[in-house]
Design a protein around this ligand. Sequence first.
Ligand code: SF4
Length: 254
Amino acid sequence: MPGTRPLTSCRTSTKKRGATISLTPIPLRIIALTQERNSLFEYPLERLAGIIRDIGFRCTSCAKCCTRSFNGHVFLLDRDVREVKEIEPEALEPAPGPEFCDQNGVFYVSGYALRVQDDEAGSCWFLQDGRCRIYDRRFAICRIYPYMLHREPDQEGVVDWRQFSGLEHHGEYDAEIPDEESMTIAREVKEYENAFLMQEIRFLEYIQDYFTKNKLRHVQKIYDDRLRAFRKGAEITVKVFFDDSLEEHRLRLP
Ligand code: SF4
């Protein structure tokens, strides 16, 4: 696939938009994610490859998918974060929508996202003149976008596999995608989704252990109060899960 896409083949994550707080106990969330992972393994590669060929998506370098206004934030896997730390560490920020807040008002989030520029569209930090300036080193989600494979509820709450992001809203369709290319894409998508689920599971396991050891607990009211204060200009502390530990950040809206 690399080399067949125009320069701005881009990607962002629709996996974590806004607050993703869940009141489901952590062990049940881990079980649900593990089941999701099992379902992912069972999902036939050929089926996804067939859908990819049927849709025939081709990037047109519109660069929409590299903007927050179109696509939410770009959530990074740990291996991507290592890469950003080498390239431009200031491009990192705690992903929005922290999952937990303890009784002391400290937030916890499962990873980093890419910072955006201060323009109307919320262009990715690395987008310049409509092109990705680190294209050869772009991140896992940027490589597979807009293909995806995870279970999501529709408007009626019916949970089914989602295979594409932003269908009909960017790029062009009905292009001929060779069998081999479609299989390569399908393989990369499954690999990405597995890595994403593994990161989420590791985060939940870590937090469960960390909260127990440090006598911490999630308090929804403090979560809501601190978030409200943050929106009004107060500083908050966010601990970001990275490489099986937590990195602390102090955040305040500009
Ligand atoms: S890193 Fe590059 S490809 Fe990925 S969202 Fe940013 S500009 Fe687009």
